[in-house]
Write a protein that binds this ligand. Structure first.
Ligand SMILES: [Zn+2]
Length: 403
């Protein structure tokens, strides 16, 4: 493709506060340090084949930005430094807003929420306003946050806020500009309950209406007791009352590897082709990679068919949509850094070699054992049967979208 304009969202302040996230302490610092150590944000010149990258510093989102989706009460509570400090002082949580258990209040939470939302909004706005072809925000991708509740390590629904900002784009068309179509693709190990529910509407409500602006497709692990429980996490069934052809799910069993992803990828492409998005938002959670403490999937970063890198190469190289790459889960921080560094290089059109040695930098010792970029597949067996994957292949609901 011709040269891509890529924006990468980072600032010292964002890294400082994103590194405080209790579920992912210091991950932000480790990730951005590795991207920088590989020189990906340096003076990469536009050579006509690759990309030029521009770093943008996010502004902290204000209450008005956040109430584009979140409830006013939740935002006021979340952004008030006194409420979080008083919870901290009393070592208590706040059940109504979900600020307990896996989403505890923490020092710096108001700044964290404002900066992470601001980061994803800055990325989305750069795409919407035509300043970039690909925007990268590894601190975003908090797909479990709800309108009035934190959930699953997610306090702020930056993915939803970004999609809502993109919805306001105007797409040149004859005789009048039209509204954009946005596809949200979620590759995290966990179901994107916050985002999928936000844009879900039952087929009966949709019947006869215009094609909606947003399609969500989540590929995730689902099993009894596995977070998050949601009827929308199952393989869609037209017979279900909850069926919505624009809220799609592909649950995968344990051990999912590149082989399984290569097999289901044509179904993802079919959904994309039928919907015809102008923008695609990819939540690149990396908790499905081999070596993650979740230990559920056995996905590789590498460039073999079906690897995470292969999927992102397809999106960035062939989909011809404006693309927003967000982070998400990923609890082996050095592997998250490896993955997002590699994906950054793919977005830039200059993929790094997976054999590349980790450059010497402050976090170098964290990469012990291999000291290379690759996150190879492990030994776990892929439990996605041929029979099940055939069911995914025939579970094609693109027909009703034909326009
Ligand atoms: Zn996850």
């Amino acid at each position: 493709m011709s040269s891509r304009r890529v924006v990468y969202v980072v600032s010292n302040e964002l890294v400082k506060y994103a590194s405080l996230l209790p579920s992912n302490r210091n991950r932000s610092l480790i990730v951005h340090s590795l991207v920088k150590a590989f020189g990906l944000l340096g003076d990469l010149q536009d050579d006509g084949q690759g990309a030029c990258v521009r770093v943008i510093r996010p502004y902290p989102a204000g209450a008005r930005d956040l109430t584009a989706y979140h409830s006013r009460d939740y935002v006021e509570f979340l952004l008030n430094p006194e409420t979080t400090s008083s919870l901290l002082a009393n070592s208590s949580g706040h059940a109504e807003y979900g600020l307990e258990e896996d989403c505890p209040p923490f020092k710096g939470l108001p700044e964290y929420a404002r900066l992470v939302a601001g980061a994803s909004l800055a990325a989305a706005t750069a795409l919407r306003d035509g300043h970039a072809d690909i925007a990268i925000c590894w601190d975003g991708g908090r797909h479990h946050a709800h309108k009035s509740q934190a959930s699953g390590f997610c306090y702020i629904a930056d993915c939803i806020l970004a999609i809502l900002a993109m919805k306001r784009a105007s797409i040149p068309s004859q005789p009048y500009p039209r509204k954009p179509r946005i596809m949200y693709l979620d590759l995290d190990l966990h179901f994107s309950d916050g985002v999928s529910q936000a844009f879900w509407s039952s087929a009966s409500v949709r019947a006869g209406g215009a094609v909606p602006q947003v399609l969500t497709l989540s590929i995730h692990h689902a099993a009894p007791g596995f977070f998050p429980a949601s009827p929308l996490a199952s393989l869609p069934n037209v017979e279900d009352a909850s069926f919505d052809p624009f809220t799609l799910s592909i649950p995968l069993a344990k051990g999912a590897s590149g082989t399984t992803f290569a097999r289901i990828w044509p179904a993802v492409e079919r959904a994309k082709d039928a919907f015809g998005p102008d923008f695609v938002v990819v939540q690149c959670g990396v908790d499905g990679l081999a070596g993650d403490p979740n230990g559920v999937w056995n996905w590789s970063l590498g460039d073999s068919d079906g690897s995470l890198g292969w999927c992102i190469s397809r999106v960035c190289g062939h989909w011809k949509c404006k693309t927003l790459l967000l982070g998400g889960g990923g609890y082996n921080s050095p592997n998250a850094a490896r993955a997002w560094t590699y994906l950054t290089s793919i977005a830039l059109g200059h993929p790094l070699s997976l054999d590349a040695n980790i450059p010497d930098h402050a976090a170098y010792p964290l990469y012990e054992h291999s000291f290379t970029l690759d996150v190879p597949q492990g030994n776990a067996q892929d439990q996605n049967s041929d029979e099940y994957l055939s069911e995914v292949e025939i579970n094609d609901h693109t027909e009703p979208w034909s326009q």
